[in-house]
Design a protein around this ligand. Structure first.
Ligand code: AP5
Ligand code: MG
Length: 189
């Protein structure tokens, strides 16, 4: 696999976190998930966490300024200099533009935006399953549906954004975790 700076895009439950965990082992780069960073801030009760908690619980997006600063700080760290897998960021056009500006400044442009395409009803079932295992506070049916609506409304337009810069690759996210990872390996080959 030649790509080292990868964005994973996909609806809630598409398998971004699951596939990112495998991909970072293969590529030897850090896994950068804004969702994980925000949940850590909520758990630690920081000022950022207090602001983000209510927004995340209803399935809305945390403000661009906050998330852009959070991701930017992380991507400037030394371990991300050789690449990264971004999971759940960018999620709006403003975030995508901010990422482009940052990577331009660092002289390390993005290699690929990989979209994991899934069937909406199947992912609702996946996330209801995860709710029983992990107990994430936004994994209830009402919030899951709102996260999906927000994805269609604010994040799906990024497919065109990355198509425009010829970075977009799409993989079928249905099937087993191994099958999907195999498709990701092919797409990045
Ligand atoms: P975030 O944490 O990014 O959540 P999400 O996009 O809703 O995605 P999920 O983590 O639910 O799904 P996933 O695609 O990672 O799937 P997973 O691998 O876990 O964001 C949470 C919130 O934080 C947002 O709503 C927002 O409020 C805020 N936020 C985060 N980033 C932000 C940003 N950039 N801007 C603004 N706000 C932001 O898989 C799901 C389940 O399915 C698991 O149980 C898994 O084991 C299972 N599974 C995975 N693959 C398969 C498979 N192939 N077959 C069967 N089961 C599978
Ligand atoms: Mg995730």
């Amino acid at each position: 696999m030649t790509a080292t700076r990868v964005v994973l895009l996909g609806a809630p439950g598409a398998g971004k976190g699951t596939q990112a965990a495998r991909l970072v082992k293969r590529l030897g780069v850090p896994h950068v998930s804004t969702g994980d960073m925000l949940r850590a801030a909520v758990a630690a009760g920081t000022e950022l966490g207090q602001k983000a908690k209510a927004v995340m619980e209803v399935g809305a997006l945390v403000g661009d300024d906050i998330v852009i600063a959070l991701a930017g700080e992380r991507l400037r760290e030394q371990d991300a200099a050789g690449g990264f897998v971004l999971d759940g960021y960018p999620r709006t056009e403003a975030q995508a533009e901010a990422l482009d500006r940052l990577l331009e400044e660092l002289g390390t442009p993005l290699d690929c935006c990989l979209v994991i395409a899934v069937d909406g009803e199947a992912v609702v079932r996946r996330l209801m399953g995860r709710a029983e295992v992990e107990g994430r506070s936004d994994d209830n049916e009402e919030t899951i549906r709102e996260r999906m609506r927000v994805y269609d409304d604010q994040t799906a337009p990024l497919l065109d954004y990355y198509r425009g810069s010829k970075l977009l690759r799409e993989v079928d996210g249905m099937g087993s975790v191994d099958e999907v990872f195999g498709r990701i390996e092919e797409a990045l080959a």
